[in-house]
Design a protein around this ligand. Sequence first.
Ligand code: SAM
Length: 214
Amino acid sequence: MDEVRQNAMKIIDEIGENRLDWFEKLYSNAAGNQYWIPWSDGAPHRFLVEWNLQIKSRGSALVVGCGLGEDAAYLCREGWEVTAFDISKSAVEWAKKNHPNEDIKWMVADLLNLPNDWKNSFDLVVEVHILQAIPEPIRIIAAPKLAPLVKKKGHLVCIGRLSEKEEYIDGPPWPLSRSFIDSIGNSLQPVDFVEGNLSSDEPTTIRFRSVWRK
Ligand SMILES: C[S@@+](CC[C@H](N)C(=O)[O-])C[C@H]1O[C@@H](n2cnc3c(N)ncnc32)[C@H](O)[C@@H]1O
């Protein structure tokens, strides 16, 4: 285990796996040094970039669990009107600092408890590596919160790791089973499901992008 993961696991052990406040501790302890953020490589996710390049329409976009804001900044530069939120105040402040030239509405918010008036409000709702980073007892409450945010004819895009064998993995991250992924958008129309990997991945890692339309 490398020292970055070791550091994250130590924070999770101290706080307890079934709570979400370890994210804040990780970001605040990192004190502006991106090296300590295991999921942040300073670039938007390739699967999001590939999806965006296929889509001609633009509009309002909500980036869920934006972390250091790479996906939000990319979508903003691509012409989306972006709202980006994270449960961690330190992450949001850091993202804002990293992307001073993008006109993004940054917010501290919890996916489990979002403003009511966000329902049916976004042409695009994106989650990259959020559900797979949340332990199962919270994940099953969080996942159904996504689809209601999508406006009529809008898209929901979820990106993460896929668990093909549905076996238990000692996360985070916890790769998601296909049946769980399908349940995220069960009130929407499925558009596509892509599997692949990134050049930096271990050979055993399988990633997915699942897209639905309202
Ligand atoms: C694995 S990181 C991914 C961050 C970013 N999407 C990326 O790909 O770089 C998971 C992020 O989700 C945020 N998060 C976890 N639970 C959340 C919740 N309930 N509401 C909002 N954000 C949450 C964490 O603070 C963290 O920034």
